[in-house]
Design a protein around this ligand. Structure first.
Ligand code: ISL
Ligand code: CA
Length: 557
């Protein structure tokens, strides 16, 4: 397990639709990414995770794949993709592709064949059931994007299961033929030279036998307990590992929603031969109330206890991904920091400090490195995301919530917060496109953009650059043991990383007021040197107070 490149990597996540448009059609594309490789080099990241670029009718922006071995026309061609891979590798940046195999698109040839007749050889590639004798749906499961998880198909008078959108039928992993097809598709990409896979919704691939009714409503939907970390999940991952992945120098990161610690260890334990690291979701439920997308106040101790549980629990036993934003969640600075003009920059840097000093592999989601924020569109018509739109229309229909209330939830949780185009400069459309962007640009692009960030030595961008460099220079950040202090403190997150005689001391102020900082009594930190801070600080003495959103990192050798 020692010396694995993916432990030392800093991974940059690209959502291709919103990154850079090269041909003025308003949609980001592969050539656009190629044109920005120098930017990634300047930032210093060593790996890119590219969200799906395969052929897709785009009901869920590429997470509904109709051809696993070809590229979406909007994004380019397989040839241009090869060029992207080549260019990234030339610049010492690895490429991790998204692997979406809990479901495919209903336009995938597999599904077209599967639905055609009861005895089609690919019938069992998907999960088909008849109605119950009383005519009701096969079970009460709800889809993650709203509505029942079953869709009727009249050709064979049966229903198919879809845990996400209607156009995303779930694949049946119990079929050995299906598993072999997936293995061969993974080889196709690995043989082209990619460096690994991010496995989408992978903890959902095994469903409990008999597909029993679920226990009532919950997040993400009724029935969850029967398919999240189902009975064969570890067996299936082990099979992919031994049959395919172990033959390549590649990494895998599994998106595992709401799993427990034991499973987290089983997924990522080095001796288990399943996946290399987990990408867990616990933090994301923290600010959600009982009802879907209900806003709930959170306190720092809850936030810390989730992080500490995984830091301590996986230590020496598994490996974690570190992230504060991605394409499915609101912007970190708006959610956990403070996106007011006064504190945006300093709080974005504070959160970044945390994400690069915990144990695990840090991920940066495009735009996070310049402190991009959430967006508040007034009209539902300005939103594109299927989850947001379903949420809006379902709630509008029931009249249980006011329009203001519905929009407040969308502004807070909606996935389009992080999908507005990358803000490159202050020219029209933020330099993202010369045409009409597929989704509106965040109106704050004139002040928050890459050009501005590159020209300011104190920018969020330059701070990220330093953090990435710091990780390369300090092995303690990879292997150091994690301990935390003052876990009940409402404002400060204080922890150390320890490796042999070295101690790295990290203190973060999550509040907008000055807080006293006492050095934990069991630590002797005399002679510590400043490694990084988001304010001016003394090189060799740890401050006794932390200013609003201040972050400090000191190293005792
Ligand atoms: O169900 C959820 C929220 O409603 C999440 O826990 C879920 O596991 C997560 O949203 C899965 O996300 C991934 O798969 C989706 C896709 O829309 C997302 O963009 C992707 O990250 C379906 O492929
Ligand atoms: Ca384009």
């Amino acid at each position: 397990m020692e010396g694995k490149w993916w432990k030392e990597a800093v991974i940059y996540q690209i959502y291709p639709r919103s990154f850079m448009d090269s041909n003025g059609d308003g949609i980001g594309d592969l050539k656009g990414i190629i044109s920005k490789i120098d930017y990634l080099v300047e930032l210093g990241v060593s790996c890119v995770w590219l969200c799906p670029v395969y052929k897709s009718p785009n009901c869920d922006n590429g997470y509904d794949i109709s051809d696993y071995r070809d590229i979406m026309d909007d994004f380019g061609t397989l040839e241009i993709w090869e060029e992207l891979l080549h260019e990234l590798h030339k610049h010492n940046i690895r490429l991790v592709m998204d692997l979406v195999v809990n479901h495919s698109s209903d336009e995938n040839q597999w599904f077209v064949e599967s639905r055609s007749s009861l005895d089609n050889p690919k019938r069992d590639y998907y999960i088909w059931r008849s109605a119950k004798p009383d005519g009701s749906l096969p079970n009460n499961w709800m889809a993650c994007f709203g509505g029942p998880a079953w869709e009727y198909d009249k050709t064979t008078d049966q229903y198919y299961l879809h845990l996400f959108a209607i156009k995303q039928p779930d694949l049946n992993w119990e079929s050995q033929h299906l598993r072999e097809e997936i293995q061969s598709m993974m080889k196709f990409w690995l043989d082209k030279g990619i460096d690994g896979f991010r496995m989408d919704a992978i903890s959902y691939i095994s469903k409990v036998a008999g597909l029993p009714d679920g226990k009532g409503k919950g997040e993400p939907g009724t029935g969850f307990e029967h398919y999240a970390q189902g009975p064969h999940i570890h067996e299936y991952l082990h099979e992919l590992n031994t049959k395919v992945l172990s033959n390549y120098d590649c990494m895998t990161v599994g998106e595992v929603s709401y799993v427990d610690l034991k499973d987290g260890i089983d997924f990522s334990g080095p001796d288990r031969q399943e996946i290399n690291m987990i990408y867990m979701y616990d933090l994301l439920g923290m600010d959600k109330g009982e009802k879907r997308w209900q806003i709930r106040d959170w306190k720092l101790p809850e936030f810390k206890s989730i992080i500490c549980k995984w830091q301590k629990g996986l230590s020496g036993k598994g490996w974690n991904s570190l992230y504060i934003s991605n394409h499915d969640i609101p912007r970190a600075v708006s959610r956990y920091g403070n996106d007011s003009p006064e504190y945006r920059i300093v709080s974005a840097k504070m959160l970044a400090t945390m994400n690069h000093t915990l144990q695990g592999t840090p991920y940066i989601y495009q735009g996070e490195e310049i402190g991009m924020t959430n967006v508040k569109f007034d009209s539902i018509d300005d939103y594109d995301d299927i989850e947001i739109r379903n949420f809006y229309y379902e709630n509008e229909e029931t009249h249980e919530r006011t329009r203001e209330d519905i929009m407040a939830s969308i502004h807070h949780f909606g996935r389009d917060n992080s999908r507005t185009p990358m803000q490159w400069d202050s020219s029209p459309n933020a330099g993202f496109t010369t045409g009409k962007p597929w989704i509106k640009i965040n109106p704050n692009y004139q002040s928050i953009n890459v050009a501005e960030s590159l020209s300011d030595p104190n920018s969020v961008f330059h701070y990220y650059q330093k953090l990435i460099k710091m990780r390369k220079e300090l092995p303690i950040l990879i292997d150091g043991h994690f301990d935390s202090y003052y876990e009940d403190d409402l404002n400060l997150f204080v922890y150390t990383r320890t490796l042999e005689n070295q101690v790295l001391f990290i203190a973060l102020n999550f509040s907008n007021s000055t807080q006293n900082l006492a050095i934990p009594s069991n630590l002797s930190l005399e002679g510590s040197k400043l490694v990084i801070s988001n304010y001016e600080n003394d090189e060799s003495s740890i401050p006794k107070q932390l200013r609003p959103y201040e972050a400090i990192v000191y190293l005792k050798n």
